[in-house]
Design a protein around this ligand. Structure first.
Ligand SMILES: O=C(O)C(=O)C[C@H](O)C(=O)CO
Ligand SMILES: [Zn+2]
Length: 279
C-alpha cells in the first residue's frame, strides 16, 4: 500500500497566529517527487490529494490508501497526471498512454489498474499527480500540446508576463471537479497570479518547478487583508485554502502547476483583489 500523510483544514482566524514553522508544516509540501514510490498528501480541503512519482528502477503501480476505504484507488476518485520529466507511459487497465514532457492524462473514476513507467531511466518521467473525489466515470483522455488552451497574461511593465496553459479543464476534457494547468513566468518577470484573487468556492494547490537550484519563489497566502508568505524551492507544493490568495514572486523565472477542486468548474470564477488594498 502507498504511504500518505494527512493535512487537516485550518480556520483563517487561527492561521493569523501561525509562526513560520507552523505555516510551513500546515501548507508546504516538500520533496513532492518521489523515486519509485508514491507518497500522497491527503488534504481535508475538498479531499484533494497530491503526489509525484519518478519511476527509475521499476514501474510503479497506483495503490489505494486506508482513508479512501476503497478496494482500488479510482473506485470513487478521478486522477490528473502531468509529466514534467522525460517521456514515460501510464498504463490504464493495460492500455498504454505515452506521455512526453509536459503532456497530461486524465483518468476517470472506475479504472482499476494504473501503472507508471519511464521510457529511459537516465531521463525518467516525472509524473505530478492530483486526485479528487468523483461521482461519474468520464473517459480517459490524453492532453497533448495541441489540446491545451493557452493564454498570455500580464506584461513586462508590471513584472507579471506569463503563459498559462489549461490542461484539465471542462472545455478540454470531461471532469467531475478536478482542474489542472501550468503557468510559466517569462524571463524578466517575477509575479504569478497578480492581481491576486480568492475563490471561496474552490481550494487550490500550486506545485513550483523549473526554479533554478540557487533561486526561490516567495509564495503569498492568507486572507487579502492579512497576507503571509512561504519561501519555496524547486519541486515543492503549497496548499491554498479557499479563503486564501495564492500568488508568488520568484527571484528568477519559474513554472508551476495549479490544481483545483470544489464547487464549480468555471475557471474564471475568481474574486480579484485590488493590488493596493492587499495587506
Ligand atoms: O498566473 C496565474 O494567474 C495563474 O496561474 C492562476 C491560476 O491558474 C489560478 O489561481 C486559477 O484559479
Ligand atoms: Zn486561483
Amino acid at each position: 500500500m502507498s504511504n500518505y500523510k494527512t493535512r487537516y483544514a485550518s480556520n483563517p482566524q487561527s492561521v493569523k497566529n501561525y509562526n513560520t514553522e507552523e505555516l510551513r508544516s500546515e501548507f508546504l509540501i516538500e520533496n513532492v517527487l518521489k523515486e519509485d514510490n508514491i507518497e500522497w498528501i491527503y488534504s481535508h480541503y475538498d479531499r484533494f490529494m497530491v503526489a509525484g512519482v519518478v519511476p527509475i528502477k521499476s514501474t510503479v503501480t497506483l495503490e489505494t490508501i486506508d482513508p479512501l476505504k476503497s478496494t482500488y484507488f479510482l473506485e470513487r476518485r478521478e486522477l490528473g497526471i502531468i509529466n514534467i520529466g522525460g517521456t514515460g507511459a501510464v498504463y490504464v487497465d493495460g492500455k498504454k498512454n505515452s506521455l512526453a514532457h509536459k503532456e497530461a492524462l486524465y483518468v476517470g473514476q472506475g479504472n482499476k489498474e494504473i501503472v507508471f513507467e519511464s521510457e529511459d531511466s537516465k531521463k525518467p518521467a516525472q509524473f505530478y499527480l492530483n486526485s479528487t473525489p468523483a461521482h461519474k466515470a468520464f473517459p480517459v483522455k490524453k492532453i497533448g500540446a495541441d489540446d491545451v488552451e493557452v493564454i498570455e497574461l500580464g506584461s513586462p511593465e508590471t513584472a507579471n508576463a506569463r503563459t498559462l496553459r489549461k490542461y484539465i479543464v471542462n472545455s478540454v476534457v470531461d471532469v467531475c471537479q478536478l482542474q489542472m494547468g501550468m503557468t510559466t513566468i517569462k524571463t524578466g518577470s517575477s509575479w504569478n497570479t497578480m492581481p491576486a484573487h480568492v475563490h471561496d468556492r474552490r481550494m487550490e494547490v500550486y506545485f513550483y518547478f523549473e526554479v533554478p537550484k540557487d533561486q526561490a519563489v516567495c509564495h503569498f497566502m492568507g486572507q487579502p487583508k492579512e497576507t503571509r508568505h512561504i519561501w519555496m524551492a524547486d519541486g515543492e507544493a503549497v496548499i491554498s485554502p479557499p479563503w486564501s490568495i495564492h500568488s508568488g514572486s520568484g527571484t528568477s523565472s519559474y513554472s508551476f502547476i495549479w490544481g483545483m477542486a470544489g464547487e464549480n468548474l468555471d475557471y474564471g470564477d475568481m474574486d480579484v483583489c485590488k493590488i493596493n488594498e492587499l495587506r
